[in-house]
Design a binder for this molecule. Structure first.
Ligand code: ZN
Length: 69
């Protein structure tokens, strides 16, 4: 079995709340201000007990980017 070499498309990230967005509009804040220029994949499962989530003002579980340029 040969490994598949499909090029993965970079998901977009919301500029406003750093959420990883699938589609054209952020489901979290409704912004369409998205970017593909981001770094650091962050998965928040329990925002109420996560120091990173608190620091980034995240109150919804989901996938986020650490840095958005
Ligand atoms: Zn957003």
């Amino acid at each position: 079995m040969a490994p598949q070499r499909k090029k993965k498309k970079m998901p977009k990230v919301c500029h406003e709340c750093h959420k990883v967005v699938e589609g054209e509009v952020c489901m979290s804040c409704g912004s369409s201000n998205l970017t593909e220029d981001w770094a650091g994949y962050l998965i928040i499962i329990d925002p109420k007990h996560s120091a990173i989530a608190e620091r980034m003002n995240i109150d919804m579980p989901g996938r986020y980017a650490l840095k958005v340029r």
